[in-house]
Design a protein around this ligand. Structure first.
Ligand SMILES: O=P(O)(O)OC[C@H]1O[C@H](O)[C@H](O)[C@@H](O)[C@@H]1O
Length: 616
């Protein structure tokens, strides 16, 4: 059967009433046609919505009304599909934006914004300080085309790191490098310790591309949840002895990752194993983690760079080393990304899939994030794509200020899991409920490897159902005025996954320029880290107050008010109550018998005392 790209081999005649095997859309792509039913007064385009929400009430209604106007005529819809269909044949990736209602006028009005977005992106790739708030370059595109790096030293660094990743992974998989005391005589497991961009990329890639029986099976500790950590270590059991622990942290100081490391090192001690012989660090040079790994003599260390953000680090050692250890062809992943990078360098909007995505996002969410982005891959292996995009999109675009210092509270909310599964969960609301989203379908044409398929009923396979559910949902949503984008890949391969990642990295970057924000910093995250540190500091004060009281004879139980007063933090009494409730649930403080139960009257003392002392 011809592949999709063959079907697109030459331009179809739109006059054909029955398309035998339609081929590539009209090559003269400049002839965009005026969309029936969707022409509307240009004064009410969503563009005016980008200034601020308050200016949008009048045009909001008009643009919403315009958006509701559907193309009902099948011929017109088919023509729109063909006219706007983007295809990247080397990858086997197709982008259909025909079910997004942008108008001709809107496209024309966006041209100026795109001109500056393309220019900014060109400068970024040349090494400009594209992250002005942190004074950094943005270089994730150089990871898949080292020739783009603005300095020879960076080119060499990128190439040498890739080579060392490949040779290290080969040595581990072949057993040339083996754990010191493992019955298996080789590494069989990977335990990845990292969070955010130091986890989500490797998790997405593993779920999408790991073979059924990988040379090393990967699992993740991506949180500071002791029960979660215990669960992963318990599942490893004796295989801890053949586990390669990869600790990933660009900053080298993220608390959750540091806690995960300490917990895992304790598990190694308890098992009589030498962690350093099985530990690998992926972090910035001279970070706390890097220095720890160097001083303790860990098995290996791989660099992260300040010009690669966490959410765009999957094509660095962060994603490449775990992938290579699972037998995934990382050079194919890089190749797919490089091809997509080249495809998204063109300044021709209609021939730039990332620009088309950014334009659709802007149209659908009025350039202010007024609608959520629902990601619906109809493929189990792409389940984590939405979680990956949550960080890539929301940590990049969810910003309080624009580049001129205006308060914009920008963003695009991302959610979704997979189809058709989600049709049995929340698609009901998408179909009929509050219209606060636009959908993105990720379609994979290849259902099973050749020769593995069968008809579960005459002429119908399992994959046909999946295909039908996707197309049916897309039609049903559109019939009710709900817009959708469809990204189609022929199959899930390292090359197509690399391309998908690159497509969305570029789309986020272009969209950020359209709405004039810095996509490459994350000030809000620092605020969260600081607040967490303050809670822990208060807890330490509470513990020292309780410690002092519990050393008295007899032990002096304290009320919450007394604790807050002695912590010199009466205004923090609620947090103190929560701290004590959490410690009490973990047997670290005791609530005195007889307390009438209301938070105010709670009498508390440190867990090591016992109640008898209390009433001695
Ligand atoms: O890789 P690390 O330095 O440990 O950072 C892990 C994560 O921490 C923060 O949440 C940042 O906002 C993320 O972008 C980053 O991926």
């Amino acid at each position: 059967m011809a592949s999709l790209s063959t079907l697109y081999s030459s331009s179809p005649s739109l006059k054909q009433s029955t398309v035998k095997a339609f081929t590539s859309p009209p090559t003269t792509r400049g002839d965009s046609f005026s969309f029936p039913h969707t022409s509307k007064p240009t004064t009410h385009l969503p563009l005016t919505l980008s200034a601020s929400r308050s200016d949008t009430s009048h045009s909001d209604a008009a643009s919403a009304a315009a958006k509701k106007e559907l193309i009902k005529d099948p011929d017109a819809l088919w023509k729109r599909y063909l006219d706007w269909l983007y295809q990247q044949k080397d990858i086997g990736l197709y982008l259909d934006v025909s079910r997004v209602g942008f108008t001709d006028e809107f496209v024309v009005d966006m041209e100026e914004r795109f001109k500056s977005a393309f220019k900014a992106m060109e400068e970024l790739e040349k090494g400009s300080i594209a992250n002005p708030d942190e004074g950094r370059m943005v270089g994730h595109y150089w990871l898949r085309n080292s020739g783009l790096a603005p300095r020879p030293g960076l080119k060499t660094l990128i190439e040498n790191t890739l080579d060392s990743i490949c040779s290290f992974a080969d040595d581990i998989v072949s057993g040339k490098i083996k754990p010191p005391s493992s019955p298996a005589g080789r590494f069989t497991q990977i335990l990845s310790v990292g969070i955010g961009g130091s986890a989500l990329g490797p998790q997405f890639v593993a779920e999408a591309l790991a073979p059924d029986n990988p040379p090393l099976k990967i699992r993740f500790i991506d949180n500071t949840d002791p029960a979660g950590i215990d669960h992963q270590i318990a599942q490893l059991g004796p295989e801890l002895a053949s586990t390669l622990v990869i600790v990933i942290s660009k900053s080298g100081g993220t608390p959750e990752t540091r806690n995960g490391l300490l917990e895992v090192q304790k598990a190694f001690r308890d098992a009589g194993l030498n962690f350093a012989k099985q530990g690998v660090a992926i972090t910035q040079e001279n970070s706390l983690l890097d220095n720890t790994a160097r001083i303790e003599g860990w098995l290996a260390r791989f660099p992260m760079y300040d010009w690669v953000g966490g959410r765009t680090s999957v094509m660095s050692a962060v994603g490449l080393l775990p992938a290579a250890l699972q037998g995934i062809d990382i050079r194919e992943m890089l190749a797919g990304a490089a091809i997509m990078d080249e495809a998204t360098r063109t300044n021709s909007l209609k021939n730039n899939p990332a620009a088309l995505l950014a334009m659709c996002w802007y149209w659908a969410s009025d350039g202010v994030g007024s609608k959520d982005m629902v990601i619906l891959p109809y493929k189990d292996s792409l389940l984590l794509f939405s979680r990956y995009l949550q960080q890539l999109v929301m940590e990049s675009l969810g910003k309080e200020f624009d580049l001129d210092g205006n308060t914009v509270n920008q963003g695009l909310t991302v959610y979704g899991n997979k189809g058709s599964t989600d049709q049995h969960a929340y698609i009901q609301q998408l179909r009929e409920g509050v219209h606060n989203f636009f959908a993105t379908f990720i379609e994979v044409l290849r259902d099973r490897p050749p020769g593995h398929d069968w008809d579960l009923e005459p002429g119908v396979t399992c994959g046909d159902y999946l295909f039908g559910m996707l197309q049916g949902t897309r039609s049903a949503l559109y019939a009710n005025g709900r817009e959708s984008i469809s990204v189609t890949i022929e199959e899930v391969t390292p090359r197509s996954v690399g391309a998908l990642i690159a497509l969305y990295e570029r789309a986020v970057g272009l969209y950020a320029s359209l709405v004039n924000i810095n996509a490459y910093h994350q000030p809000g995250v620092e605020a969260g880290k600081k607040a967490a540190a303050e809670v822990l500091a208060l807890q330490k004060r509470v513990l020292s107050v309780l410690n002092e009281a519990s050393c008295k004879d007899p032990v002096e139980p304290l009320t919450l008010d007394e604790i807050a007063d002695r912590c010199h933090a009466p205004e923090e009494i609620e947090m103190i109550y929560k701290i004590i409730a959490h410690m009490s649930a973990n047997d670290r403080v005791l609530i005195a018998e007889g307390s009438c139960g209301s938070p105010r009257s709670v009498k508390v003392f440190l867990g090591e005392c016992n109640v008898d002392d209390m009433y001695a």
